[in-house]
Design a protein around this ligand. Sequence first.
Ligand code: FE2
Length: 135
Amino acid sequence: MAIAIWSSHFETGIDLIDSQHKALFEAVNRLEASFSLGNTDDMVKKSLDFLVKYTFEHFQTEEQFMCEAAYPGLAEHTDEHDLLMTKVYALQARLAEGTPMTMDVLTFFAGWLGHHIYGTDLAMVQFLKEKNHKR
Ligand SMILES: [Fe+2]
């Protein structure tokens, strides 16, 4: 069963951000499926590596948008991104050392994503839209 459930509440109205967010949900669900199906550690690691890489790229997209718009909440938003990346890099390192993946980690990631999009990202998008509107 999918762990990250997409809802229209997460839609920002900015196509690139929405498509990246949906892809992130899919990547979390693929990782969860790989883990739950009992795939090899190497397969789980590949799914995690993709999720981490894609998350980083997505954060870069958002941070570029915020920079271009001189968004006043840029530092706080970027701090949230950085904190998550620190956690996922630590997770990657633990897996590389042989510590098995746990469901808790996946639940945390899915929960973080929904919480971040619904709060922090929607606030950013509201500013971006207002800014564009005034141009
Ligand atoms: Fe964000």
